[in-house]
Design a protein around this ligand. Structure first.
Ligand code: PMV
Length: 327
């Protein structure tokens, strides 16, 4: 009576960051954000609601999960069960397609794939807007992984109006390099880092106010395909986000010395005439936005500086996909 369903969702990297919640339970953000979905980093998740199960089980890359990892999955399953009006337990199998040792396991692709596969498996036929709202409850950034290309998460003010919308397919030659600084699990999760910043950093209000303006400026730059302006706005957003954590009590930072080195290297490349810009999330890795026509030249310089095994590349990724036929 229940069918097993499988979905692929691609991760996304924010050009204008989401940082801080207005509502923790519903994950309503303090500010709107805007991201690029990536092709080479994704998750595939299958879900089966099975009346024979007496508890939910969650396998990640073949390993059975417990504790907080299982709890996060159950939270989304519970929301799906509520909407479908069922009580059946589920088995969830998820695989992360992120090159090994990258330290980039992403909640965005994982939670988006889970929201979509679980809702299909429960017999719900959600449209993309409602999928984005559901994914948001698993992890804020997951709301954006429903769509490919450039995507805006409109902050809204409640569960009904806080969701992502596609802005531009970005099929005009954008790409992103990853400089892998450190593959260890981050010490401060985005969840607790945001909370600490919102509760204690004096910079948070200006962050939220100016970031909503930055989203509008970014949309203008995208509409004009003004890559330089997009890159500069992206760097400022990342720098501003990381500045808020230094104002928190206690102050903390996601930057390692090697992150700073990578940032300076990217900026030095610009002095040499390359059009490339950095961003960073709640961890030490540095991401570099480029145009595909400079992919080879920039890639070579990054590999020489950081080592070939520390450099990853992805071009622009698509919408979430139902891949039940691949089961
Ligand atoms: O939704 P989360 O908990 O994965 O938070 C994402 C926060 C950042 O990656 C730092 C910024 C963003 O907009 O993705």
């Amino acid at each position: 009576m229940f069918e097993k369903r499988k979905v692929r969702a691609h991760t996304n990297i924010a050009l204008i960051k989401y940082w801080g919640k207005a509502d923790e339970e519903y994950i309503i953000p303090l500010n709107s954000s805007l991201s690029l979905t990536l092709n080479d980093l994704y998750a595939e998740t299958s879900v089966l609601f099975d009346p024979a199960l007496d508890q939910d089980t969650f396998y990640l890359d073949g390993e059975k999960q417990n504790g907080s990892s299982l709890k996060k999955v159950q939270h989304v399953l519970d929301l799906v069960r509520q909407q479908a009006d069922i009580e059946v337990k589920a088995r969830v199998d998820s695989q992360n397609f992120v090159p090994t040792a990258a330290g980039l396991a992403s909640s965005a692709s994982g939670m988006a794939a889970l929201a979509a596969s679980a809702s299909l498996a429960a017999g719900l036929d959600l449209d993309k807007k409602d999928l984005s709202r559901l994914a948001r409850r698993g992890s804020g950034s997951a709301s954006r992984s429903i769509y490919g290309g450039l995507v805006q998460w409109q902050k809204g003010s409640n569960d009904a109006d806080s969701y992502a919308i596609p802005i531009d397919p970005a099929d005009w030659g954008l790409g992103m390099y990853f400089i892998l600084i450190n593959k260890e699990q981050k010490k401060v999760s985005s969840r607790s880092g945001m909370k600490q910043t919102v509760e204690t950093s004096p910079y948070i209000e200006e962050w939220a106010r100016t970031t909503d303006e930055d989203v509008e400026k970014m949309k203008e730059a995208i509409a004009q395909r003004d890559f330089t302006q997009m890159g500069l706005l992206m760097e400022r957003s990342a720098s501003k986000m990381h500045a808020t954590t230094l104002g928190a009590i206690e102050p903390f930072t996601y930057l390692l010395p090697e992150s700073l080195h990578a940032i300076q290297f990217v900026q030095a490349l610009r002095q040499k005439g390359f059009d490339c810009y950095f961003t960073m999330d709640a961890g030490p890795n540095v991401k570099v936005l480029i145009k595909e026509e400079q992919k080879a030249a920039i890639g070579q310089l990054l590999q020489e500086e950081f080592g070939p095994d520390k450099i990853l590349y992805s071009d622009v990724g698509p919408d979430i996909q139902d891949i039940t036929n691949e089961l």
